[in-house]
Ligand binder design. Sequence first.
Ligand code: URA
Length: 242
Amino acid sequence: MGETVRLQKFIAMSGIASRRAAETMIGEGRVAVNGKKVTEQGIKVEIGADNVVVDGEPVKIKNKNYYIMLNKPIGYVSTVSDQFDRPTVVDLVKKDLGNVRIFPVGRLDYDTEGLLLLTNDGDFTYKVTHPKFHMDKTYIAVVKGGMTVSGINKLRNGVYIDDGFKTSPAQAEIIDAYDGHTYVKITIHEGKNRQVRKMFEAVGNTVVGLQRIKIGNVELGNLPLGRWRHLTSHEIGYMQGK
Ligand code: URA
């Protein structure tokens, strides 16, 4: 059984009238539930199951949309449930959001951390993940050892991964080097499986740490690891406008 609410609340949630005005409509005999006129106040209806009609027009409750940014830690899978019972990114959000059904927008590997979006809005997911929208994704890759200028240039021009797939030109720059590691900021807009790791392998380097810091112009900022926040209306509008 789904969530049940009082009839006047149901009508108010649909946006067609305030709760008080909905009570008046019920009193006036303008409301029917499952084909039967209702004039008594306070009966309960089940969202998504009962059929509510006002003045002969069906009343529907729009699903509230959620747009969430998570700072995914290593050791979580980017799915709703896992066949090996590993912790999922949805587990990290569900604790606070309760029963809302949300899904990861694309994926980060089990051993990648950083910015992951989650939503229950399929159109939004499409805009962020479909290659035709060329949504840039920026990562910091921690590479074992040094990196040559020629390696960086190859990443910028595109390299061959996955039996002959040539990656599109990427932005790549060395941002730091210490303790035997090189830190490279890289931006790509494609989303092949383990693409960043494979691109570095293709130029002879091994990625030992990977963090996503940005999607489009939406940045992870200083959101702590394992924590989430709602996207701002500005960020949602930017993604939807792509
Ligand atoms: N590229 C990778 O190699 N891994 C990710 O998780 C994302 C991009």
